[in-house]
Ligand binder design. Sequence first.
Ligand code: PXG
Length: 300
Amino acid sequence: MSLVTYVNGRFVPKEEATVSVYDHGFLYGDGVFEGIRAYNGRIFKLEAHVDRLFESAHTIGIAVPMTREEMAQAIVETVRRTGLRDAYIRPVISRGPGDLGIDPRKCPRPSVVIIVDAIQLYPEEAYRTGLRLITTSTRQRPVDVLNPRIKTCNYLNNIMARIEVNLAGVDEGLMLTSQGYVAECTADNIFIVAQGRVLTPPAHLGILRGITRQTVLDLCERLGIPAGEQILTLHDMYTADECFLTGTGAELGPVVLLDGRTIGTGTPGPVTLRILGAFRELAARGGTPIYEASGAPAGA
Ligand code: PXG
């Protein structure tokens, strides 16, 4: 299978998918991105991802040279040309090529790229035995510095936290706000289950409003499980009955250990697994179809 990438209106093989070294996305992390997933020939929550991409671009002052509908079509077309039914999709919009100064006025044309590749899944064992986390000393960026709701290409803060995770030899890292409240993980949102309620930190604290996070809140409502946003401290995390992280890649990842403290029984909890089951059902049948009704990839 050869991977197809969309680069500024052209569909090219992965090997030829390049942008300029003068692109401010490369020079300064000046851009925005999305991580989207296709399940069984359908793109999950495509519209929500395109909306978030355009909102991120709008806030950092990039005028996207296409409409939301055109972006959604380009995403579908790139996956179709690759021929994958299950895929990870990475649209990136950067400021585009400019000069060596930071001034965005020198970048007349944003770069638009859509990468499609195989998904790197957590091993199924992680869902059976659960994930181990540490709290990183690197805090989430405060909203008055660079709002984490903007999914920018500048992920260095999260990468610094990820390096701590790697050095500790665990699976993921929990990041706190500068006030010490629970924010989110390096590339996932976080939830606990306590006294039968599913709780996650409020979006206004300064976190990415995860699309998986919102899907979980919606599923809880449908399943009749009380759920909502609440300020959480590490004490709440350590003493929770269950804990799980959410993200496009991870779906719901059960968390069983945080900073050496066992959470709940130390195994993935029943509420987590119930919501994970409902999530997988939704992902398998929902979403924007990529191929014709026959289910065969175009040109196959
Ligand atoms: N918080 C942060 C900081 C993220 O980067 C999420 C939460 C989850 O959001 P969604 O919308 O996916 O439910 C993310 C996800 C990856 C990867 O490889 C994921 C993200 C960024 C980079 C890589 O899974 N963003």
